[in-house]
Design a protein around this ligand. Sequence first.
Ligand code: ADP
Ligand code: MG
Ligand code: ZN
Length: 623
Amino acid sequence: MAIKDQPQPPRFRQISNVLLLLSSLFLLANIFLPNLFGPQIPQVPYSLFVHQIQEQDVVRASVGQNEIRYQLKGEGDKPGQVLSTTPIFDLDLPKLLQEKGVEFAATPPSKNGWIGSVLSWVIPPLIFVAIFQFFMNRGGGGPQGALSIGKSKAKVYVEGESAKITFADVAGVEEAKTELVEVVEFLKTPDKFTAIGARIPKGVLLVGPPGTGKTLLAKAVAGEAGVPFFSISGSEFVELFVGVGSARVRDLFEQAKKQAPCIIFIDELDAIGKSRSTGGMYGGNDEREQTLNQLLTEMDGFAAGNTTVIVLAATNRPESLDAALLRPGRFDRQVLVDRPDLSGREAILNIHSQTVKLGPDIDLKAIATRTPGFSGADLANLVNEAALLAARNKRLAVAQEDFLEAFERVVAGLEKKSRVLNEKEKKIVAYHEVGHAMVGAAMTGGGEVAKISIIPRGMAALGYTLQVPTEDRFLLDESELRGQIATLLGGRSAEEVVFGSITTGASNDLQKATDLAERMVTTYGMSKVLGPLAYDRSQQSFLGDGMGNARRAVSAQTAEAIDQEVKEIVETAHKQALDILKENRELLETITSKLLETEVIEGEKLHDFLTQVKPVDKVSAVV
Ligand code: ADP
Ligand code: MG
Ligand code: ZN
């Protein structure tokens, strides 16, 4: 597909631009080069003029309001030089001229005067227009100017000019694809549906986290359907000038209706579709509301005719959309474009590694297993990172090793060999990471510990423990969450067990552990004291009060109870971690000294170590 711009602006606008330019030049020339259109006459001071009269050098003078021109006496046959001066208010001048016998007259009004006065009326407004246009062009982008602010800037994808995106380029979102295949059917053979009286849906909303392929899917629909595809981003409707957005919406639908059957794709719909009730403390945004209203009107508008225009839209914040957009007859179909599952990730990796050379040892399935929660865009990025690493290592094909390193780069950041730790710090980091690993191995819920490393990485990590899930999990139970919290606290606990003191290195762990515990209490209703109530509101931001209060209004006692519960969960997990490490103290020492020696432990070796971790009796877990 290729992107084509709007049709060129009408011819007369180009002509008017040329005229504008010429007249501005003329004006500038008049200001800065007043004598451009006449002979050059030397300017002299008024005092010299008077002196020359007194010396009787002047033959004749022509006295105007702004200029006096005069001619000196010539020598022999040659006519004298013509000079000019600027008059001052001098009532004695006529008398003086007469006395010295100079022939003089007042300058007749200039014959060109009317041009000057017309220009002085015409040019300033033209300059205004020019400035206005300049800003319009900048704001509007592209070749359109003042006369087309209200034109939509939708790009039209035209088929067949370059590589087409089809459904084959999208993987891991099978349900969404099934829905959209149907949309393509509507566009290709609307009669099949209208014949039995079915109403063709007008709006399809693609909902999902960023990078899951919503934009890609919309392009694929266009590629498959072979109809014109108008693509515009929600933010492009909203501009500096009030009323522009709604004019653009109107224009977009007008164009689309002319080209039906076709698709309109509005990316990032939330930019205009935000709920009108959540103005928050700043009041509503009139311009956005008008644009939204226009969109609603247009979507109702083409119900009447039998035009097949389907509006696709994408958003990653469906909860913030105005309810009016979601009602039947508008975006009544919502298609969830979710993060891919295991097989989906493998398929996406497959698609994106088609263009890179893969070595014989590549196991994309193993990589897919390691990457739950990755979106399509993350996976595409991973493949590219791996290819870059292979190139840097001067390999001819990408090896599995490159993928694993790329994965670590993505989750933990770049290796920072330059960040040199002293011996003591290194030791602390090693115990800390082994602590995470051992608690992680003893508890369920966190997946398998795959690697421990004390090579610094990324912005903050001095060392890290890589825990990879063995399967995709959609539900976690309470004990698994508690296990995760204990694992997070494992690092700090190891420091406590070994050194009896704590360093600053654990702050990020504590943050995560506390967040998780708070969610257990306020969102998942896992606290026996507080019961199955949702105290947290951040998940449903349209109910928020617009002032950033994420919690339901609760009594002081409840707030205290929540804090108490969160604290209890974290402390229990802490105690569990301490118990595990104390119980396995010798193993902690063994693994740590090995880690200090090799800096990295992974694979078989690590597995052997961690299977030796003795779980602690449940008894101690109950406080
Ligand atoms: P969104 O619009 O949902 O934020 P995009 O469609 O812009 O995400 O995805 C960005 C890029 O990520 C795509 O161009 C594509 O290369 C890759 N990608 C995302 N999802 C998928 C998918 N499901 N299948 C294949 N590639 C994908
Ligand atoms: Mg997008
Ligand atoms: Zn840690």
